[in-house]
Design a protein around this ligand. Structure first.
Ligand code: AMP
Length: 399
């Protein structure tokens, strides 16, 4: 049985793809199509260590996927549709309807459509991806893997907001959580590193990328996470505010006259590190901080302090903790952030080893001191592999 999976991640103006072996994670080729719908788009197809880049207008998502398939034909490898086990799709919001990946059919499409109000930026693009891929690969099973699915195990007291019953029942207002595929991958990998069965492993995982969130994971199941109804809540992110007083919306609306859309836009796109310092890229932020930029320093401090607060909160939520795990571009590559977020937590049993923390490597590894009661791990995530793995499990009927 083939284990080849084509993974598609359709964003609002981009498409990322990877052709890989869902069992080993080994990729045959990958690529991105960017600026879909604009005058000039860019396609980069990477195969055999070489990038093939071309600029051309990409009108819509169907055009993007056709261009990608064309790149496979020209630069290889051939996608033999008879030897493709599945197309795996990242779908951002599955509401409270999906705790597992599912094979795409008409009913599933209608359900994802129904969930658009919960993720107006993401679900329409994901839907388009599902529809187009179904047309282009009619005989290959399409599997939707939801970002929210991993968090469906949260207990009611963790996912419930203290708001009126009608909001919760009629408008589906609750915490859903995101980055689920990353948490699934990283928590399994962390348990392997700790040499413990995942069922007996308690973790606080910090997914710190452009978007950022934290999760408390007990025995491989999410028991709390920092993103909520939308991916705005929780940690400070590149351009998103994370937690704030919910009365700020009303205050700005009444006192300054801004519309709710204007306020939302600012909280999604002009806040976070960008709002604090003018840059949303963490590497650039740390560079500026090194050059003595005070606003960059403040942004770093606010970011690190928020991470630290969630570590404490989720330690308490779990009661017993085996490891704090860092992943995502920032979590993986910024020893300064890890050190700042965990400084002085020795009384909680969390002690970094400075030399291990500073070592530059892309390997999954422990960065805690030998005698740290709680391990601190750095584990590179691989969402595409996780999507492929889950898609394979669905079509082959096993995990
Ligand atoms: P991701 O969304 O997981 O790709 O993460 C993107 C973020 O990781 C950006 O803010 C990058 O600046 C940050 N990042 C990537 N490499 C480094 C690095 N070497 N040091 C600090 N931050 C980094």
């Amino acid at each position: 049985m083939t284990r080849r999976v084509l993974v598609l991640n359709a964003g609002s103006s981009s498409l990322k793809y990877r052709l890989l072996d869902g069992g080993t994670g080994v990729a045959e080729a990958s690529g991105t199509v960017e600026r879909i719908g604009e005058d000039t788009g860019t396609l980069t197809h990477s195969v055999g260590g070489q990038d093939h880049t071309e600029e051309r207008r990409v009108t819509d998502f169907e055009d993007a996927l056709r261009s990608a398939l064309d790149a496979f034909e020209r630069h290889g490898p051939a996608i033999d549709r008879d030897h493709l086990a599945a197309v795996g799709h990242r779908v951002v919001h599955g509401g409270d309807l999906f705790a597992d990946p599912v094979v795409v059919d008409d009913h599933l499409l209608a359900t994802v459509e129904d969930l658009v109000p919960l993720a107006p930026l993401h679900n329409p693009a994901n839907l388009e991806g599902l529809r187009v891929a179904r047309r282009l690969f009619p005989d290959v099973p399409q599997v939707a893997v939801f970002d929210t699915a991993f968090h469906q195990s949260m207990p009611e007291h963790a996912y419930t907001y203290a708001v009126p019953l009608a909001w919760r029942e009629e408008h589906r207002i609750r915490r859903y959580g995101f980055h689920g595929t990353s948490y699934a991958f990283v928590s399994r990998r962390a348990a392997e590193l700790l040499d413990r069965p995942v069922e007996e492993t308690n973790l606080v995982v910090l997914h710190l990328g452009n978007g950022a969130s934290a999760a408390a994971i007990r025995g491989g199941h999410s028991v709390d996470t920092s993103m909520g109804l939308t991916p705005l809540e929780g940690l400070v992110m590149g351009t998103r505010s994370g937690d704030l007083d919910p009365a700020i919306h009303g205050h700005l609306h009444r006192e300054v006259g801004w519309s709710l859309d204007e306020i939302d836009r600012a909280l999604y796109r002009e806040s976070g590190l960008r709002g604090l310092s003018g840059v949303n890229d963490f590497r650039e932020l740390t560079r500026r901080m090194g050059a003595g930029d005070e606003t960059a320093r403040l942004a770093f401090d606010v970011y690190a302090y928020r991470v630290r607060k969630y570590v404490g909160a989720y330690y308490a939520a779990l009661g017993e903790l085996h490891a704090v795990v860092f992943t995502g571009g920032v979590g993986q590559h910024s020893p300064d952030l890890r050190a700042a977020a965990l400084a002085g937590l020795d009384r909680l049993g969390i002690v970094l080893d400075p030399a291990r923390n500073d070592a530059r490597t892309n390997e999954a590894r422990a960065v805690s001191a030998e005698d740290s009661e709680v391990a601190v791990l750095v584990v590179p995530t691989d969402e595409e592999w996780e999507i492929a793995r889950q898609a394979l499990a669905v079509v082959h009927g096993s995990d």
